[in-house]
Design a protein around this ligand. Structure first.
Ligand SMILES: [Zn+2]
Length: 637
């Protein structure tokens, strides 16, 4: 089978209501308001060197760390998101703001190419002394992604030139050659950014350095972070890293030997994304196998039903198998966004719908929940249960998630389609139009649907001249009774392999494919190992996970509601809520509090009938503050 490659987002027009509306919000509100916040918090000023830096806004943690060390990355991510926005709609004001930031970065860059505004502004003598904690290469990676995006959209090279100078400095400093340090960053990111630059330029040195970073990670003895600490602190063991382990940064063993997903969740996902990129590029079977083993580990034991990752706030990451608490779930928005990156890379290593299923799950649930309806409020952590305390915030001391979700939405079209020499594959649905080239023939594709609310999908395939090729349609893993037809003639879906139904025929203009993906509401049960979900049930319809929110379910916390196992689940379109959504209803029970005056008593609580109303999880916390639950207590019988 030919290798499939994604159709880039500027070539995919979002016409469906769901993504069109999200995209407009990000363009109109999120990107401009994020720039305002970068200004208010002093992040843009931090680029203006050699001004003496103002007092620290966020004081150092006792271990010496402050979130300000990665402010460059916030600027890089904003430029990336804003560049994607420009691809949809040129905007002179946004372009001027990007250019102003690039001016500052250009002026800040040291004569030898080094460019990290934290170190240049505050402690230039300490650069490259703490890769373990201080994110220098991570910052470089995000700036590089911004530079690549800005170049791709505008054709302007200046930022890319700045970053290539910086990379030449990094390549001279680090490596396996004489006099070089064998360092790599504690927070992975630059690896996947280098792969983007390599795909853009074809220059092998970028591929080589990404390969070096991946190969070097976890090599010991000596472990680079220990060697570096000894250089920095004269071997003072009391100056230990707050996490005190290598797993936190996935540097506990060489990546090809890693078989358990550990540590900081975002770091892990960025690493695995780059590993999958490199596995594909180098044809490295061991690296691919490691990716597959790690994928299975996270899918079988460590992922929330929403595709949230990392239960613990302590390490912002993974703990042990089946540890998936709901109310205290960390499930950082960035981690679900990064899971989408990884899933997309895995999908292009093997065109297997199991990867697209997770890509879609994360997209519609764990990632999208991080952005409010108004486009200006966010979640960093995405719990699956709430007593009503958490609210969305308009910024964060560590604003990583804000621009991660905006850059995702602004480029979401890039996840829908892939092409190969002999075909096109549809991974996601939701109303798109794209002109692609297959075997030298221009083919106009138009997918019309009201997905994810409806699974009725029509695809118009219009080649310039009649042509034989594959049209591959993902049959989601959640769908058990898909129907497919070409020009009204049924196609047998049971022949679908690896989650894709393939139609190979001579396509001529006017051909129409209809795909019907029934999406009845379903109950999901967790593996009994997930003790937090024992006796509970989650609701899902199509790709959307649902939750009960207080705003729809009367007074009192939603935790007092129970869903009988036999209750019918009814889907209902509500045109007035959130611009039109599908809600779920069921006849359930409510535990009454009013007659329960003691803390404990021998008589069971009174239960009354109650209609349960569920909304999609990604929409929670967009109305009044209130309780929320994804895993609903189940009444059996
Ligand atoms: Zn984040």
């Amino acid at each position: 089978m030919s290798r499939y490659a994604p159709v880039p987002f500027p070539s995919v027009k979002l016409e469906g209501q769901f993504w069109h509306e999200r995209l407009d919000t990000v363009l109109d509100r999120t990107v401009p308001s994020q720039h305002k916040k970068l200004g208010e918090y002093g992040i843009l000023d931090s680029l203006k060197l050699p001004n003496p830096p103002p007092p620290l806004r966020f004081p150092r943690h006792p271990n010496g760390f402050t979130v300000q060390v990665f402010w460059d990355s916030d600027v890089g991510k904003w430029i990336e998101a804003a560049s994607y926005a420009l691809a949809h709609r040129r905007d002179a004001d946004i372009e001027a703001k990007i250019e102003a930031a690039i001016d500052d970065l250009e002026k800040a860059q040291a004569p030898d190419g080094y460019l990290n505004c934290w170190y240049l502004g505050r402690e230039p003598e300490k650069r490259w002394t703490n890769l373990r904690d201080n994110h220098e290469m991570y910052n470089a990676g995000h700036l590089l992604e911004g530079a690549v995006a800005y170049f791709q959209v505008t054709g302007r090279r200046r930022f890319l030139d700045i970053m290539e100078r910086y990379l030449d400095h990094i390549y001279a400093e680090f490596g396996t050659g004489p006099g070089q340090r064998r360092g790599y960053d504690g927070h992975e990111e630059i690896e996947l950014a280098l792969m983007k630059l390599y795909y853009l330029t074809g220059e092998k040195k970028h591929l080589d350095f990404a390969t070096y970073l991946i190969n070097e990670r976890g090599r010991q003895p000596p472990h680079y972070f220990d060697w570096e600490r000894d250089q920095r602190e004269g071997g003072d063991a009391s100056q230990r890293y707050v996490f005190g382990n290598y797993e936190y940064s996935q540097s506990h063993k060489p990546v090809r030997e890693q078989d358990k997903v550990v540590g900081h969740a975002v770091r892990a996902m960025y690493l695995y994304t780059a590993m999958a990129d490199l596995a594909a590029e180098l044809g490295d079977a061991d690296l691919k196998r490691a990716c597959e083993v790690l994928w299975d580990d996270v899918m079988q034991t460590k992922m929330y039903v929403t595709a949230g990752l990392g239960p613990s706030a302590h390490n912002e990451g993974f703990t042990h198998d089946f540890d998936l608490p709901n109310q205290t779930a960390y499930a950082e928005t960035c981690a679900s966004v990064a899971l989408i990156f990884w899933a997309q890379r895995m999908l292009h290593l093997d065109l297997d719908g199991k990867y697209a299923d997770i890509l879609e799950l994360a997209m519609y649930n764990g990632a999208l929940s991080g952005l409010s309806r108004d486009g200006e409020h966010y979640f960093y952590a995405n719990p699956l249960e709430s007593d009503g305390t958490p609210t969305r915030w308009d910024w964060h001391t560590c604003p990583c998630c804000t621009m991660n979700v905006s850059r995702l939405v602004a480029s979401v079209g890039g996840y829908f389609l892939s092409t190969a020499a002999d075909g096109v594959a549809f991974h996601l649905y939701g109303g798109i139009a794209s002109d692609v080239e297959i075997s030298g023939t221009r083919v106009s594709l138009r997918e019309v649907s009201n997905y994810p609310w409806s699974g009725d999908i029509t695809i118009h395939v219009d080649p310039e001249t009649p042509k034989t090729f594959d049209v591959k349609l993902r049959i989601p893993g959640w769908c058990s009774d898909a129907k497919l037809a070409v020009n009204g003639e049924a196609v047998d879906v049971s022949s679908a392999t690896a989650g894709y139904a393939t139609i190979n025929r001579l396509w001529t203009t006017g051909d129409v494919v209809t795909l019907t993906l029934p999406m009845p509401p379903v109950r999901l049960y967790a593996h009994p190992g997930v003790i937090m979900d024992a006796g509970r049930v989650a609701l899902k319809r199509g790709p959307l996970v649902y939750c009960l929110e207080e705003a729809d379910n009367g007074e009192g916390r939603v935790q007092r509601l129970k869903l009988p196992r036999s209750a019918e689940l009814r889907a209902e379109t509500d045109k007035n809520l959130f611009g039109g959504i599908v809600k779920l209803h069921a006849d359930g029970r409510a535990i009454e509090e009013a007659d329960f005056s003691e803390l404990y008593r021998t008589a069971p609580p009174t239960e009354t009938s109650s209609t349960l109303t569920a909304i999609p999880y990604y929409l929670w916390a967009n109305r009044n503050q209130g309780s929320m639950v994804v895993w609903i207590p189940e009444a059996v019988g």
